[in-house]
Design a protein around this ligand. Structure first.
Ligand code: ADP
Ligand code: MG
Length: 245
């Protein structure tokens, strides 16, 4: 594939494989996917199928055993300051929120901004704005343990937006939420995708909400089992289980 075509994709992977040091099986095996800028992609599949491994490699949180990830046409192996790409371009949301318990909601949202150019007043103003965006401005001074789990995830989503990322990478963001809070969080992602043009790559087990995404990538045994765009779904018949080739 020539360079120009690569540049159409925000992410592209080439022969991506991951074998953990103590692993007997490939967590990821020869995965080739591309994600276009502004796409909303759900990654689904059984536990242990390699979803988190793939998301962590896309987000440069981990390195592949072999293969390559391209972000905006640039291969990670040749990016000098990958940490900078990660902190400036990506917002991460995790199942268990990872909020700092000794900080208020407002302070938690500011954490990723500390290494950036903003002064204290601008940081606070921006954090307030982001809390308002996720419907949490009235909880700004609350500590995480005083918030419901759904509210904690909203704060974590506000924090993921702190550095105006291009991409949100979310690993089972509703895994710890009741269905009502989960619905709110999925609506929030859809809103961020539509109104802010964010690229969203989200792992979920929830079939109903997974369907809200434009595209569903299903994994099995470290490989892509199917990759279907929403408009094609009515034509979709599931693939048979993987045959060993
Ligand atoms: P999923 O997110 O779909 O549940 P993972 O990507 O977490 O799957 O895991 C894929 C496979 O890799 C599983 O077999 C899992 O046990 C293994 N694995 C994941 N993380 C590690 C690790 N840090 N060390 C060893 N094996 C791991
Ligand atoms: Mg996982």
């Amino acid at each position: 594939m020539n360079k120009r075509r690569r540049d159409n994709f925000i992410f592209r992977t080439e022969h991506l494989s991951k074998l953990y040091p103590d692993g007997q099986v490939h967590a990821l095996e020869d995965v080739e996917i591309d994600v276009r800028r502004g796409e909303y992609v759900a990654i689904m599949g059984p536990s242990g199928s390699g979803k988190s491994t793939l998301l962590n490699l896309l987000g440069a949180l981990d390195r592949p055993t072999s293969g390559e990830v391209y972000y905006d046409g640039r291969p990670y192996s040749k990016v000098r300051n990958l940490e900078r790409v990660r902190s400036q371009q990506f917002g991460f949301v995790f199942q268990s929120f990872h909020l700092l318990p000794i900080l208020t909601a407002l302070e938690n949202v500011q954490v990723p901004m500390f290494e950036g150019p903003l002064g204290a007043a601008a940081r606070v103003a921006k954090a307030k704005e982001l809390l308002a965006l996720v419907g949490m401005e009235h909880r700004a001074d609350h500590m995480p343990q005083k918030l419901s789990v759904g509210e904690r995830q909203r704060v974590a989503i506000a924090r993921s937006l702190a550095n105006d990322p291009s991409v949100i990478l979310a690993d089972e963001p509703t895994g710890n939420l009741d269905s009502h809070s989960a619905e709110g969080v999925f609506e929030l992602f859809a809103h961020l995708h539509e109104d802010r043009g964010l690229t969203v790559v989200l792992i979920t087990h929830d079939e109903e909400f997974g369907r809200l995404a434009q595209r569903t990538i299903r994994m099995q045994d470290g490989r892509i089992r199917s990759d279907v765009y929403a408009e094609d779904r009515r034509f979709y018949t599931p693939l048979p289980p993987f045959a060993v080739q």
